[in-house]
Design a binder for this molecule. Structure first.
Ligand SMILES: [Zn+2]
Length: 311
């Protein structure tokens, strides 16, 4: 496929992104379901169109998060060492940006960000093992042109990462601090052990903030190619998050009573055992059933009654 084949898509994306509110000089954090765009070479085309719109004075970012393990490290985990080239677990766009010449990656061993553009170097240079997980988003929220673009899966993988910044700024303590970590490469080439010193947790309930963002004029909504999208101004989404979480620290919890991350890990909350454990057991059984079904050959799976294969 040559460049001419994707040029109409890139032109269309440029128009859609501008209509959504992205402007020259914007600094945009991206959370993207590439498949939802419904175009060929989605990562390359989207990033090309975004760079056309934000120009050389703007910058782009993605979450390039990587694995961590229970401490003390055991088995295979002992041999894992995070460095600049560790593939991200957070999707195709992050890995595409990591491979772009001139992209920069922050040094945080589990929650690194990747950025493109001159401004990205400044935004990411201080984000290391000692930093809060989402510090680059906090920095961008202090800039009036800091934005976040959600592309597709607005409810399956919802929300603006400013909620995590608000959790940190409000001092929400978490029981998983100190329990997880990973080895990582230091600038001098030696290897250190990162021990989790901050926690963000489950984000499946973050769509609950959407109505408040709308009311505050913090987001615009529209389509980019075939994908439903939201563009948030980070300073505004953060002030909505702070206001809501000050009133109700549990507001971001997902609906699942058996979610350990939401219901058991935060210092300020413990779900009653009689509500948590039955829901937890159900969740474990559902996961086991899904894994078993996935392991069956297709000709067996398609002959099972519907009630076995739907949750
Ligand atoms: Zn949850």
């Amino acid at each position: 496929m040559n460049v001419r084949d994707v040029e109409p898509d890139r032109e269309r994306l440029r128009r859609d992104l501008s209509a959504l509110g992205i402007r020259e000089g914007d600094h945009v954090v991206l959370r993207v379901s590439l498949r939802s765009l419904g175009i060929r070479r989605p990562a390359e085309t989207l990033v090309g169109a975004l760079l056309d719109v934000v120009g050389p004075s703007g910058s782009l970012y993605a979450l390039a998060f990587t694995r961590q393990f229970p401490l003390p490290l055991r088995g295979r985990a002992v041999h894992v060492v995070f460095d600049r080239d560790t593939p991200a677990e957070t999707g195709g766009l992050a890995n595409y940006l990591l491979g772009l010449p001139g992209s920069v990656r922050s040094r945080h061993p589990t929650n690194s960000f990747v950025g493109v553009g001159d401004f990205a170097r400044m935004t990411l240079e201080d984000h290391g093992p000692e930093s809060p997980l989402f510090d680059p988003v906090r920095r961008l929220a202090e800039h009036h042109r800091g934005k976040m673009l959600l592309v597709g899966r607005l409810f399956e993988s919802p929300g603006f990462s400013t909620v995590h910044v608000a959790q940190h700024l409000l001092g929400f303590g978490n029981r998983t601090v100190g329990r997880y970590g990973v080895r990582y490469r230091l600038p001098d080439g030696s290897v250190g052990l990162y021990v989790r010193n901050d926690a963000a947790g489950c984000s499946r309930g973050f769509h609950r903030f959407y109505p408040a963002y709308r009311a505050a004029g913090a987001i615009t909504e529209g389509r980019v190619a075939a994908a439903d999208c939201m563009l948030g101004v980070l300073s505004k989404t953060l002030s909505v998050d702070m206001e809501i979480l000050r009133r109700d620290p549990t507001f971001f919890f997902c609906e699942d009573l058996g979610c350990e991350s939401c219901r058991r890990n935060w210092d300020f909350y413990q779900e009653a055992a009689w509500r948590y454990w039955p829901a937890r057991a159900l969740r474990i059984l559902r996961t086991a059933r899904r894994r078993t079904l996935q392991g069956l050959p297709a000709f067996v799976r398609t002959r099972l009654p519907d009630t076995w294969t739907t949750r």
